[in-house]
Design a protein around this ligand. Sequence first.
Ligand code: CUA
Length: 157
Amino acid sequence: MHIDKYEKFFMRVSAVFLGLAIVALVLSVVGHKAALPEPAERIDPELVRSTAPFDEPGLYELDNGDYEAVLVASAWLWDGIDEDFVIPAGSTVHFKVTSVDYIHGMLIPETNINAMVIPGQVTEVEATFHDPGTYTLLCHEYCGAMHHTMGAQFTVE
Ligand code: CUA
C-alpha cells in the first residue's frame, strides 16, 4: 500500500502527540493524584442538618494534628466557617462538604481545592496551608441570585 510521504509524516507526528498525551495522563494520575471525582458518601439532602457530622458544622482538630472542616453549603452560605476558623501554618485540613439545596462549587484560590458540592453527596477534599494569611472559600457554581456573595474567609497564622 502506498502512503504519501506527507501523510506518513503527519501519522508520525500524530503518534508522537498521542504518546505524549498518554504520558501526561499517566503522570497526572500517578504524580498529581488526578482522579475522577467520586462521592465519599451519599446522604439524603433533607436529612443533612440532622445527620452527623453535618448537624454540627465547624472546624475540628484531629488526633494527628490535622484538622477536619465540616461544611454545609446552602444558598448562599457556608456553614462551618466563621471567625473562629483559625489554623496554624502548615496545617492540613480535610474538608467534608455537602449541600442541602442546589449544586454549589468549592474553590479556594492558591490551593488545589476545586470541587463540586452536590446535594446528596459528600465531597471530601484536603489541602495543606503552608503560607499564613487570609484564605477565601468561594462558590464557583452558579446557584441563584446571590451566588456572587457566597464566600467565606478563614485565617492561617
Ligand atoms: Cu453557591 Cu454559587
